[in-house]
Design a binder for this molecule. Structure first.
Ligand code: AMP
Length: 216
């Protein structure tokens, strides 16, 4: 199964990508995670990306495509993969199509996760992440139950991603509308697009996704 997850920041690509990855036993390849790892490691690439990410803008295509090309060459992608957060503009989409042709594979579907803008803002601005185990909470929709600002799983402290601060969130949504949203028409034309109502609980949304996926 080879899937591309398309949708605004906060649409649930990470959450659903994780579920799909474990359901199909294939890796989730999240460009944002690859970039954050490079920033945390302080690599030259990470240093170049850090300020751009903090502003909520898109990192250069060369950087992102280099990371994705390298990742797609790992042996664990042989049975399939889930692209999460990439492509994010038309140039990236075309490069990824070329990469997949070179690997002699094709996407099975592009899942377009649709969420209203006011819900996206609450999902992003309310998101909190455990510094120890990476569990994700939301202060509006899914707050920690044991203690405010502490992880239920491991007791680690919860922090906000720097680019989830409200002014940056608005910038990210504008960048999405301007550069990424046009990919909907692109994939519709290629006959790959599947619309998913991505409001509701993660379980319900996952069921909706499974219903539209091609049979394996
Ligand atoms: P995400 O975790 O997908 O929300 O991505 C966080 C940030 O990483 C974005 O706001 C961008 O600055 C950068 N980023 C992630 N994926 C891409 C991509 N495909 N192209 C350019 N920038 C990206």
């Amino acid at each position: 199964m080879r899937l591309i997850l398309l949708g605004a920041p906060g649409a649930g690509k990470g959450t659903q990508g994780k579920r799909l990855a474990s359901h199909f036993g294939i890796p989730q390849i999240a460009s944002g995670d690859l970039l954050r790892a490079a920033v945390a490691q302080g690599t030259p690439l990470g240093q170049a990306a850090k300020a751009i990410m903090a502003r909520g803008e898109l990192v250069g295509d060369d950087i992102v495509l280099g990371l994705i090309r390298e990742r797609l060459q790992q042996p664990d992608t042989a049975q399939g993969f889930i692209l999460d957060g990439v492509p994010r503009n038309l140039a990236q989409a075309q490069h990824i199509e070329t990469m997949m042709r070179e690997l002699e594979v094709q996407p099975d579907a592009v899942l377009f996760l649709e969420v209203a803008r006011d819900v996206l803002i609450k999902r992003l601005a309310g998101r909190r992440i455990c510094t120890k185990c990476g569990s994700v909470y939301n202060i509006y929709f899914d707050p920690p139950k044991k203690a405010a600002e502490l992880c239920d799983q491991c007791g680690g402290s919860l922090v906000q991603r720097p680019d989830d601060e409200e002014t940056t969130v608005v910038r990210r949504l504008d960048v999405y509308q301007d550069q990424t949203r046009p990919l909907v028409e692109h994939y519709e034309m290629l006959g790959l697009l599947r619309h998913i109502n991505a409001e509701g609980t993660p379980d319900i949304i996952f069921q909706r996704i499974l219903q539209v996926l091609p049979a394996q």
